[in-house]
Design a protein around this ligand. Structure first.
Ligand code: FAD
Length: 734
């Protein structure tokens, strides 16, 4: 705690002590007020401005310091100033006082509370950002919740001060009026309890419910409003319960769930079932990574007591294997499989015509129009291509075009430039380097994989550089130019070609020649061309949805890359469950999508896997954590595999074994993470991991050793002292 905070706390303590010592409470009793009413009125008649000012200051001080007495002061206000002036003065004084109390609680407590309960509060704060003003207003209307409690609790949130003040002033007005009015008839008052009769309290509670009710009504009205211009098109009966647009990871899971629960569902895919993941993303990249890893192991076979050898291979065969792998997995996502499961699979381009109608243009040009109760948009994302001058002219590859383009080649391009230092760029840069290309990887950021902790970036960069990749961070791509080399002519029909990328680095222009440029700078959600614009469905970088994955049309949902915020296959599937269940059963019960435990992995060598917070995020969010690290250099299996690089890094709540996040770097990190994902999801701490038998010798033991390292740092001191005494006693010592 800082000196300033300690000073504020001490000052508060002294003021409370003085309040008690001088028994100031006696001035805030109904009897005292009744006795002194006449003299107050007299004083007010003589010096109105002075009395108002003094009253105002005392009122603000009492409410700001959360001292008891605000009720008596309010009655006094009514008695002295009358209903109109009394209400006006008190309305401002109470709001200012409340806001000061709110600020005080924020200054003294918020940081430490956030440091302790940050992850749980983050979600609460997000909700509050959207609806905080509304809930505050409701609380203010019902004087059952003590106002000082509201000030204290709200101070711990991120609500804007101006919002807090404004909403408080408005919300407290009704209560203020009642008490000021009671003050104007002070003579007839026998007790404070009498002011709030059960009937009046009931009215306040009703008043408190009013905004909730009003919101329900407003939400219904809003729904009616978005539907209004389509109302005449609403069918009496529907062809389908659900239409799913897009047959990638999200869409397939959505259609599957709908079919399982016996809904009539149509899945529309414009291109290839399986979407990005199967055809251009996870599957081909992981197949390539495996070939590259084998090649790398051959080159470094001496690590295992064998002779290093330069792998001889046909690049065409490597790429063919990529397509063989896709073909082997394809049946899992095939129309035949989903049809057998009960899904109506349609090949075609879907367009939402109105909230209940989807038009599907089939490959032969025929249009099928289907009506539906609900729609799940799972249209995915496409590679983002930066607006670099000259890029289109020179030609480039993306994850969409890479696989087919390279499958045509006999040789891997000699100089491959990978633009982008994220997970995808790193995985592909390393793999193509290992398969014989000279890869240059360029990123404008100062380090690769910027979402991970700095030491992770360093390990990944070092590993890429060991393999021979030229990693150029801090290089901002400016433009592309045609190559001056005469041999560098783009072959006919090829969508990429040789060229030069000009970057800016430390104020200087740098020229980077390449034979192929792979753009891997991220992917953007597909947001146009299928009806969002016509229906006025808001989009920013993704389709805007609420916590139920609903768009502004309550029967139209979005899941997967098109909905964000993550771009991962398993998150697309996770969201698909929520979108589908809410779409089909939302009238009965809706579920808010849960993003609390989201794992991911980058399949570089070594792999990087993460769930929850890393140090970087914990610091950004000001969340206190304790760090436990176990180095794979000490792990028997990793040593036996000659692969003992990396670590397990666990962040826990200080003093507790509760896991806040884990970063794993090393061989099979993506697999090892699963244990921590399970632990976090089900609230199991490091003690539970430590108490679980792990097979020897496995890499998974690293998780147990990390838990052991945490335990050694938190020994049960008391118990050990007693154990020490017990053993001494057993040896006959005193
Ligand atoms: C190189 C690369 C590697 C990756 N590696 C991983 C990884 O290791 N792990 C991981 O979790 N994720 C990985 N990803 C990300 C992963 O592929 C995506 O997050 C995932 O595919 C998203 O699924 P989706 O269903 O949202 O979208 P998509 O899979 O893109 O599916 C959307 C589908 O909708 C169709 N569509 C669009 N509009 C229409 C329309 N109007 N009518 C009909 N159909 C339409 C598209 O044709 C597409 O098939 C990788 C991505 C890339 C590019």
């Amino acid at each position: 705690m800082t000196l300033k905070k300690i000073t504020v706390l001490l000052t508060l303590g002294v003021l409370v002590a003085l309040y008690v010592a001088f028994d100031l409470n006696r001035f805030f009793s109904l009897d005292y007020l009744k006795h002194s009413q006449q003299s107050f009125e007299h004083l007010y008649a003589e010096q109105p401005l002075k009395v108002i000012s003094l009253y105002f200051v005392v009122y603000v001080a009492v409410t700001a310091l959360s001292f008891p007495g605000a009720v008596i002061l309010t009655l006094a206000g009514g008695a002295i100033f009358g209903l109109g002036w009394g209400t006006l003065i008190i309305s401002f004084a109470s709001s200012i006082g409340a806001t000061l109390a709110f600020l005080m609680a924020r200054f003294v407590l918020r940081d430490s509370i956030e440091a302790r309960f940050g992850p749980r509060l983050a979600e609460f704060n997000q909700g509050l950002e959207k609806e905080g003003a509304f809930y505050l207003f409701t609380l203010r209307l019902v004087p059952l919740v003590p106002f000082f409690v509201i000030n204290l609790l709200m101070g711990l949130t991120h609500m804007k001060v101006s919002t807090y003040y404004g909403v408080s002033q408005l919300g407290m007005l009704a209560g203020t009026l009642v008490y000021v009015n009671a003050g104007t008839q002070l003579g007839q008052l026998d007790s404070l309890q009498g002011i709030l009769s059960p009937a009046l309290l009931g009215s306040f509670v009703l008043l408190g419910f009013f905004p909730l009710l009003a919101r329900q009504v407003a939400s219904r009205l809003q729904q009616r409003q978005v539907f209004a211009r389509w109302k005449h098109l609403k069918p009496k009966a529907f062809d389908r319960n659900l239409i799913v647009i897009g047959g990638g990871a999200g869409g397939l899971v959505s259609a599957y769930i709908a079919a399982v629960v016996k809904a009539k569902v149509t899945l529309v895919e414009a291109h290839k079932l399986g979407g990005d993941c199967l055809n251009y993303g996870c599957v081909p990249s992981k197949a390539l990574i495996k070939s590259a890893r084998v090649a790398h192991q051959m080159q470094h076979a001496s690590r295992y007591g064998l002779s290093d050898s330069t792998p001889t291979f046909s690049f065409k065969a490597v790429m063919q294997r990529v397509f063989d792998v896709i073909a082997a997995i394809e049946p899992h996502d095939s129309a035949a499989r989903y049809t057998a499961l009960g899904v109506d699979v349609v090949q075609g381009y879907a367009r939402i015509v109105n909230p209940w109608t989807v038009a599907i243009t089939r490959p032969d040009g025929q249009v099928q129009v289907l009506t539906t109760r609900a729609i799940v948009i799972a249209a995915g994302a496409r590679p983002f291509v930066p607006p670099l001058p000259g890029l289109e002219t020179v030609g480039f590859l993306t994850s969409d075009t890479l696989w087919h383009a390279f499958a045509q080649l006999d040789e891997i391009p000699k100089r491959l430039l990978v633009l982008g230092g994220g997970p995808m760029g790193c995985e592909l840069a390393q793999s193509f380097q290992r398969l014989g290309a000279q890869v240059t990887q360029v990123d404008m950021a100062q380090r690769l994989m910027g979402r991970e902790d700095e030491e992770v970036s360093q390990i990944v960069q070092a590993s890429l550089e060991r393999d021979g990749v030229q990693v150029l961070t801090g290089h901002q791509a400016l433009r592309c130019e045609s190559s001056t080399s005469t041999s560098a002519i783009r072959p006919a029909g090829q969508n990429f070609g040789p060229g030069v990328l000009i970057t800016q680095h430390l104020g200087q222009e740098v020229r980077l020649e390449f034979d192929a440029l792979l753009c891997a700078v991220g992917r953007e959600a597909r947001l146009t061309g299928y009806g969002l614009e016509d229906l006025g469905i808001p989009t920013q970088r993704t389709v805007a949805t609420n916590a139920y994955l609903q768009t502004i049309y309550p029967n139209i949902f979005a899941a997967g890359d098109v909905a964000g915020p993550y771009q991962l296959t398993h998150v697309a599937a996770h969201q698909a469950w929520y979108a589908t269940v809410n779409a089909l059963f939302g009238e009965v019960k809706k579920f808010k999508v849960d993003y609390t435990v989201i794992p991911w992995a980058t399949f570089t060598d070594p792999e990087v896997a993460r769930v929850g917070l890393n140090e970087q995020e914990a610091r950004e969010k000001n969340i206190a954590y304790e760090l436990t690290q176990f180095d794979l250099a000490d792990l028997d299996r990793a040593i036996a595999d000659s692969d003992a690089q990396g670590f397990v890094k666990v962040l826990t709540v200080p003093g507790k074994d509760k896991i806040l996040g884990v970063t794993l770097v090393g061989a099979q990190a993506g697999e090892l993470l699963a244990e921590y994902v399970l632990a976090m999801k089900h609230g199991l701490g490091l003690n539970k991991i430590l108490g679980t038998i792990h097979t020897y010798p496995t890499l998974a033991e690293a998780n147990k050793y990390a838990a052991g390292a945490w335990k050694r740092a938190h020994p049960p001191k008391r118990l050990l002292e007693w154990a020490h005494k017990y053993h001494a006693w057993r040896r006959g010592l005193k």
